[in-house]
Design a protein around this ligand. Structure first.
Ligand SMILES: *Cc1c(COP(=O)(O)O)cnc(C)c1O
Length: 366
């Protein structure tokens, strides 16, 4: 079976992790500092604050942007649930805005409509879904006009670029995840990025019980810290990230070329001026076709997945909060049609050929 995702852990990770274990500095320490500096530099942001995971990194980002109880925060319903849960954890209200069906990302035109209608929106969380950057020209124009705080959920988009600039460096703050299946991993882990020095200071307090100095606690904080063990894995992973991204892009190019004339399947687009890092290679098929297409792939040894088969506001917990079905029709349609094929960097040439052959032979196209 060709797995849909597969973390790569090599000897260098094992060696550095062994050093941390021998040093007995298991919690905070030098490796966390080094990883933060390296990751901020890679993303072109001033500060990175290492976190326990991507969800805490998002929560931290929202708090540094001043999101508090009663505030309105606009986001996409076509994402992982941590995106909107982090808004609820601030006591704020998620407002869902539909996606552009071509990119799967929040639609800037609809975002402006929503900003006009809602008034006094405190913040917007954009998600660079599957590794494709949002249209940052359009989003930054809206930020200037409507003066909201911009948070980037870059949990799937390490190394993605818009007009040559890395995602995670555009907003007031951003969040990355280093979960096992992301484009790089620390097991569990995350990072909040910001270019603002006072936000950095506040973020460091949030992740460390609100501590200001040794035994003084001046704000409400939690323990959202990353361990030295996780950071040591991250340091080695980051060194390899660019090579892995290039493999993902090259794998995606091969699929795009092979599938371009298929009638039953729509390949992902890469808009001008964007670097898509293909956390997922996601195609669309007709809703009625999806189950049989996926069974065919799996029966023939090709793993695949659906991200996501339900929009966030239709999850039982959100229904209980009063959100109504039908709010964002494009996102709901995408949820019925998307299928992600294996695109990760450990796929061999033979694996890629097998995925292509299997997709083409569905419906006898081969
Ligand atoms: C993975 C992910 C998160 C959460 O990250 P964790 O590290 O799993 O907490 C948030 N948003 C998106 C879009 C993600 O893909």
């Amino acid at each position: 079976m060709i797995n849909a995702a597969s973390p790569i852990i090599g000897d260098k990770e094992k060696k550095l992790t062994a050093e941390v274990l021998s040093s007995k500095m298991l919690a905070s320490g030098k490796y966390v500092k080094d990883f933060e500096a390296a990751f901020a530099a890679y993303c072109g942001a001033k500060f990175a604050i290492a976190n326990a995971n991507g969800t805490t990194a998002l929560h931290t980002a929202l708090l540094t942007a001043g999101v508090k109880a009663g505030d309105k925060v606009i986001t996409t319903p076509f994402s992982f649930i941590a995106t909107s849960n982090s808004i609820l954890f601030c006591g704020a209200k998620p407002i869902f805005c539909d996606i552009d069906p071509e990119t799967f990302n929040i639609d800037p035109v609809l975002l402006e409509e929503s900003l006009k209608k809602e008034k006094n929106v405190k913040a917007v969380i954009i998600v660079h879904l599957y590794g494709l950057p949002c249209n940052m020209d359009a989003i930054l124009k809206l930020k200037k006009k409507y003066k909201f705080k911009l948070i980037e959920d870059a949990c799937q988009a390490h190394g993605a670029e818009f007009k040559g600039k890395k995602v995670g460096s555009f907003g007031d703050a951003s969040a990355f995840s280093f979960y096992a299946t992301k484009n790089m991993t620390t097991g569990e882990g995350g990072a909040t990025l910001t270019n603002d020095a006072s936000s950095e200071k506040y973020a460091r307090q949030i992740i460390n019980h609100g501590r200001d100095g040794h035994s003084t606690f001046t704000v409400l904080g939690y323990n959202y810290r990353m361990t030295n063990i996780a950071a040591s894995i991250g340091i080695v992973q980051l060194e390899q990230l660019e090579g892995w991204i290039k493999k993902r892009i090259s794998n995606a190019d091969k699929y795009n070329e092979a599938f371009k004339d298929l009638k039953f399947l729509k390949t992902p687009i890469v808009p001008l001026h964007t670097r898509h890092v293909f956390h997922q290679y996601t195609v669309r098929v007709k809703p009625k076709e999806r189950e049989s297409f996926m069974s065919y792939l799996k029966d023939n040894g090709v793993g695949c997945g659906v991200y996501y088969d339900c929009v966030l506001y239709n999850q039982p917990f959100y229904k209980k909060l009063g959100y109504k079905n039908g709010l964002c029709p494009q996102a709901q349609q995408a949820a019925k049609e998307v299928v992600s094929l294996p695109v990760h960097p450990s796929l061999s040439k033979a694996d890629i050929e097998k995925v292509i052959k299997t997709v083409l032979s569905y419906k006898g196209c081969l």
